[in-house]
Design a protein around this ligand. Structure first.
Ligand code: ADP
Length: 629
C-alpha cells in the first residue's frame, strides 16, 4: 500500500477543480430550476384545461337543471323543494306555490266583505248617540248571524264597544272568536289578521307586555309565513308593528325576500323578454329568478341560496367531484388558483359561473410528487458532482503524493548507491595509484572493496525483491530452520559488516525453536531491522538482538537506544516509501522501503512485525513467528 499521505495540488489546479465544480453546479441548478419552472407551467396549463373543461360541464349540468325546473314551472308544478317559490298570474290574480313561502304578493284575490248597511243601526247608536251598551246589544245580536261576513263585522264592532265600556277581557274574547272566522276581510284586511292585530293593540293599551309579546310573535310569524294573502303595503303596515311589539326587528325573512323578488319581476314584466333567467339581489341576498309569459299570464320561479345549492348545484356535484373543481356562482372565486369563468350572456344562466381547481386535486398532488422527485434527483446530482470533485481532488492529490514519493525514492536510492560506490572508487584508486602499498594496507583496501560490493549487492537484491513483491511475484521457499542458529548467523554477518563502525551487537536468547523460513527472505527482514537500529541510533551504539520462545511462537527482537519513533508515525512507518520526520530532518539516509519489505516477508511467514518505541529512548522491533515444534 502507498502511504495515505496526500499532497495539496498546486493552487491553479485547486482553482480549476473548484471552478469546474462551480460551473457544473451552476448549470445543474439552472437546469433544475428551468425544469421546475416548465413543470409548473405544464401543471398550470393542464389544470387550466381541466378547469375549462369542467366549467363547460358544470354550465351544461346547471343549464339542464334549470331547463328541467323551467319545464316544471310551465307545467304549473305547485310543489317546490325548500328555498324556492313559484308564482302564477292569471285571470287578473296572482297565486304563489307554496303560498306560505311569500310574505305578500303584488296583488291578491279580494275576500268577501260584510255589507256595510247591516251595521248602520248599531253604528248610529255607537257614534251618534255614544250609547255603547245599546250598540253592543245590537252587534251581539248580529254576531249570532249564520252569515260569516256579518258575524265577523258584528264581532269586530262588539269588541270595539266592549272596549269603550271598559270590558277589556270580553273584548279580547270577541277578537279571539273573530280570529277563528276564515275567508272574510274587513276593509281589505283578512279578519284573522285584523283580530290578532286588534288584540295586540288592546294588550298594548293595557300594558300587558308579556301577553302582548306572545300575541305579537304569533302575528309576526303568521305574517312572514304568508298566512294571509296580502299586498305589500298592508303587509308592511302590520309587519312594522308586529316586529316592534315582538322585539324581533332585525329578523331575516325568506318570505319577504321572495315577495320582494316577485314584486321586482312584476314591476319589470313589461321590459322583460317572454322567458328568461336572472339573478337578483334582494335585501342583500342573491336570488335566482326564472320567468315565462304568454298572453296575459305571467309565471316565475324564485330560487333562494338554499334551493340553488340543494337542487341546481347538486346536479353539478358529480362533475365537481370528478374534475376536482369548486364552483362559485355570481361572485369571483377567491384565491389565485387557476379558474375559468362563464358569463351570463354566454350561458343564459342567472349568474356568472366561476370554476376553480380545488387546491388538493389529485392532479396537483401528482405534480407535487413529481416535483419532489425532481428536487430529490437534483440534490442527488449535486451530491454526485460534489463527490466527484472531491474524488478527483483526492486522486490528483494522491498522484502528486506518489510522484513526490517516487522522486524522493529515486533520490534516496541514488544516495544509497553513492556511498558504497564512492568507497569502492577511493580504494580502487588508491590500489592503482600506489602499487608499492604494503600487504596489510592492501588487505584493508580489499576488505573495504568487498564490504562496499556486498552492500551494493544487498541494495540491488533488496530493490529487486521489492519489485517482485510489488508485482506479487515473490516466491517463498519455506524450509525448517533452527531459529537461534538462524538469528546467530544473520547477527554474525551483520557484525562483520559493522566491524569498523563502533557498534556493539549483543545477542541473547532462551531455548531453541524450529521455524519454517525462506532463509534469504527472513535474513533480509532481520537485516533491515538491524540496519535501521544502527541508522537511527547515532549516540548509544549498543544493539540488542534477542530470540525467545513464547508458547507456540518465537519472538526475534532488535532493540536499540536511538531516536525512537513518535506515536503518530508508528503505523505509517510500515507503508512503502514512508520516511520518518526525524529521519529526514537529521539527514539520515534511507529509501523508505526497508520496514515495508520486512513486514511483507514476516507476513508471508504467517507471523507479524511489532514495534514498541519511546521517542528519545529507543525502539524495539519484534518479529513473531509460529514455532513448528
Ligand atoms: P528507511 O529507514 O529507509 O527510511 P524504513 O522503511 O526502514 O525506511 O523505515 C521507515 C521509517 O521508520 C524510517 O524513516 C524511520 O523514521 C523509522 N524507523 C525505522 N526503524 C527505526 C528505528 N530503529 N528507530 C527509529 N526510527 C526508525
Amino acid at each position: 500500500m502507498f502511504t495515505k499521505e496526500l499532497a495539496i495540488p498546486p493552487r491553479p489546479l485547486v482553482a480549476l477543480i473548484a471552478f469546474i465544480t462551480l460551473v457544473a453546479l451552476t448549470v445543474l441548478s439552472w437546469l433544475g430550476w428551468r425544469l421546475l419552472e416548465q413543470d409548473r407551467l405544464l401543471e398550470s396549463q393542464q389544470v387550466q384545461q381541466r378547469v375549462e373543461r369542467a366549467a363547460d360541464l358544470v354550465v351544461a349540468a346547471l343549464q339542464r337543471a334549470l331547463a328541467l325546473d323551467g319545464q316544471r314551472l310551465a307545467a304549473g308544478n305547485p310543489r317546490w323543494p325548500d328555498g324556492a317559490v313559484s308564482f302564477v298570474f292569471r285571470d287578473g290574480t296572482m297565486t304563489a306555490y307554496p303560498s306560505v313561502r311569500v310574505a305578500y304578493l303584488p296583488m291578491v284575490r279580494p275576500l268577501r266583505e260584510p255589507p256595510a248597511a247591516a251595521f248602520s243601526s248599531g253604528e248610529e247608536l255607537e257614534f251618534r248617540r255614544g250609547d255603547h251598551a245599546e250598540a253592543l246589544r245590537v252587534f251581539e245580536g248580529l254576531a249570532q248571524s249564520s252569515d260569516a261576513a256579518i258575524r265577523a263585522g258584528a264581532l269586530l264592532r262588539s269588541a270595539r264597544n266592549l272596549q269603550a265600556l271598559g270590558r277589556f277581557g270580553d273584548a279580547l274574547a270577541r277578537y279571539q272568536r273573530l280570529a277563528e272566522i276564515d275567508g272574510i276581510s274587513l276593509e281589505g284586511v283578512p279578519v284573522e289578521l285584523a283580530a290578532i292585530y286588534a288584540r295586540c293593540r288592546l294588550l298594548e293599551a293595557q300594558r300587558q307586555t308579556t301577553a302582548l309579546r306572545v300575541e305579537a310573535q304569533r302575528l309576526d310569524t303568521q305574517l312572514r309565513t304568508g298566512q294571509w294573502a296580502l299586498t305589500g303595503p298592508i303587509y308592511w303596515l302590520y309587519s312594522a308593528d308586529a316586529a316592534r311589539w315582538s322585539g324581533e326587528q332585525n329578523r331575516h325573512s325568506e318570505g319577504e325576500v321572495f315577495a320582494e323578488a316577485i314584486d321586482n319581476l312584476w314591476q319589470k314584466r313589461g321590459s322583460l323578454p317572454s322567458s328568461g333567467q336572472a339573478s337578483l339581489s334582494v335585501q342583500g341576498q342573491p336570488v335566482a329568478a326564472l320567468w315565462q309569459s304568454s298572453g296575459d299570464s305571467f309565471r316565475g320561479l324564485i330560487a333562494g341560496q338554499r334551493f340553488v345549492e340543494s337542487q341546481w348545484l347538486a346536479a353539478a356535484a358529480p362533475v365537481l367531484q370528478q374534475q376536482d373543481v369548486t364552483v362559485t356562482l355570481g361572485a369571483r372565486a377567491t384565491g389565485d388558483a387557476p379558474s375559468a369563468t362563464r358569463r351570463t350572456m354566454d350561458t343564459a344562466l342567472p349568474w356568472d359561473v366561476w370554476v376553480g381547481s380545488s387546491s388538493a386535486s389529485a392532479q396537483s398532488s401528482a405534480f407535487a410528487q413529481r416535483r419532489r422527485l425532481l428536487v430529490a434527483g437534483f440534490f442527488v446530482l449535486v451530491f454526485m458532482v460534489l463527490l466527484a470533485s472531491y474524488l478527483i481532488f483526492r486522486a490528483v492529490s494522491r498522484e502528486l503524493a506518489v510522484a513526490r514519493l517516487k522522486s524522493e525514492f529515486v533520490a534516496a536510492v541514488s544516495h544509497e548507491f553513492r556511498t558504497p560506490l564512492t568507497a569502492m572508487r577511493q580504494f580502487t584508486d588508491r590500489l592503482r595509484e600506489h602499487p608499492d602499498l604494503g600487504d596489510d594496507v592492501r588487505r584493508v583496501c580489499y576488505d573495504a572493496q568487498s564490504r562496499a560490493t556486498e552492500r551494493l549487492t544487498r541494495l540491488v537484491e533488496s530493490l529487486l525483491d521489492f519489485g517482485r513483491m510489488e508485482a506479487g511475484a515473490r516466491k517463498y521457499r519455506l524450509a525448517p530452520h533452527d531459529c537461534s542458529g538462524f538469528v546467530q548467523r544473520v547477527v554474525d554477518d551483520f557484525r562483520g559488516e559493522m566491524q569498523t563502525s563502533g557498534y556493539e551487537i549483543r545477542s541473547n536468547g532462551n531455548g531453541s525453536a524450529l521455524i519454517e523460513a525462506d532463509d534469504e527472505a527472513l535474513s533480509r527482514a532481520l537485516w533491515n531491522l538491524l540496519d535501521n537500529a544502527v541508522k537511527y541510533s547515532p549516540d548509544d551504539r549498543t544493539i540488542e538482538v534477542g530470540q525467545h520462545r513464547q508458547g507456540q511462537t518465537v519472538a526475534i527482537s532488535v532493540r536499540d537506544h536511538g531516536i525512537g519513533i513518535p506515536v503518530s508515525e508508528r503505523s505509517a512507518i510500515f507503508s512503502r516509501f514512508h520516511r520518518g520526520e526525524e529521519a529526514r530532518t537529521r539527514g539520515i539516509k534511507g529509501t523508505g522501503i526497508g520496514l515495508s519489505i520486512a513486514e511483507q516477508i514476516v507476513r508471508a511467514h504467517h507471523g507479524r512485525l511489532q514495534v514498541e518505541s519511546e521517542p528519545g529512548q529507543g525502539s524495539t522491533f519484534t518479529i513473531i513467528l509460529p514455532a513448528k515444534d
